[in-house]
Design a protein around this ligand. Structure first.
Ligand code: APR
Length: 233
């Protein structure tokens, strides 16, 4: 597997945190912790019911204290420590399990639960505990802080950096994501376009499985350590 591979981009989704005890977004009932994703993850939802949206993310933030990284997060952190070439872990997850496992070359494209964002000046601040809807930004004093979550209809973070990494990639790996949400679902096509190898690790075939050269089906806690040992030889 590691012959001719120097630069790696890894995309992770909710499936990598499932075995740590965090619910995926699109469970069998189509709900995310009892809510339609659209009711808690859109600018319209925030404008309509700020209390509901803050409470929802307060609960998700509190839940982080009850979970720990699993073998898949640990394996990616080990790869990050050992891999001599370029590596970028792009996570769609808003939990902090990758960094708690020790990953450093990491980017949260959909935001972070442990961050709050000023809607006026765009400054983000580290946040622990509940985020009261009336918390005013200390930087500009002009607006209330909101959860630093990229809602549907908003631009994900660091798209330029991700695109540059994808265009330099020799290997693109997608782990535990349903491939339902763009632009992340389109990364595989960019990677293929530049001639990178493409590999999917998921419990079930994702919406974009057919774009990948290779798909391995199973739990992330088994498939990711196996891949990392292959890559590290
Ligand atoms: N190991 C590997 N894959 C798993 C596991 C597991 N233990 N458990 C579940 N999966 C897979 C599921 O089969 C599914 O394909 O993880 C995927 C999770 O899909 P989603 O719930 O849709 O999560 P994700 O793809 O991360 O969602 C993308 O949608 O709502 C938005 O912004 C939110 O970042 C999120 C984005």
């Amino acid at each position: 597997m590691n012959e001719d591979i120097r630069n790696i981009v890894i995309l992770t989704g909710a499936g990598i945190s499932a075995e740590s005890g965090l619910a995926t977004f699109r469970g069998p009932d189509g709900l995310w912790e009892g809510h339609r994703v659209e009711d808690v993850c859109t600018p319209e939802a925030l404008a309509r019911d700020v209390g509901l949206v803050h409470r929802f993310y307060d609960e998700r933030r509190a839940k982080l204290a009850e979970v720990v990284p699993n073998a898949a997060h640990e394996a990616l952190a080990a790869l990050d420590r050992a891999w001599a070439g370029d590596l970028l872990i792009v996570t769609q997850n808003v939990d902090d399990l990758h960094e708690r496992a020790g990953a450093r070359r990491l980017l949260h494209m959909h935001g972070e639960l442990k961050s709050a964002l000023c809607a006026a000046c765009g400054k983000a601040v580290a946040w622990a505990g509940p985020l009261p809807p009336a918390s005013i930004c200390e930087g500009c004093g002009r607006a209330a802080l909101r959860p630093d979550i990229v809602f549907f209809g908003e631009m994900p973070y660091e798209m330029d950096r991700i695109d540059t990494a994808l265009r330099d990639a020799d290997l693109f790996v997608s782990i535990g994501t349903s491939g339902a949400v763009y632009p992340a679902a389109g990364f595989v096509q960019t990677a293929r376009h530049v001639g990178a190898r493409t590999l999917e690790l998921n419990l079930d075939p994702s919406a974009g499985s057919f774009y990948f050269e290779e798909s391995r089906m199973g739990p992330a806690s088994e498939l990711v350590p196996e891949l990392v040992w292959e890559l590290l030889g």
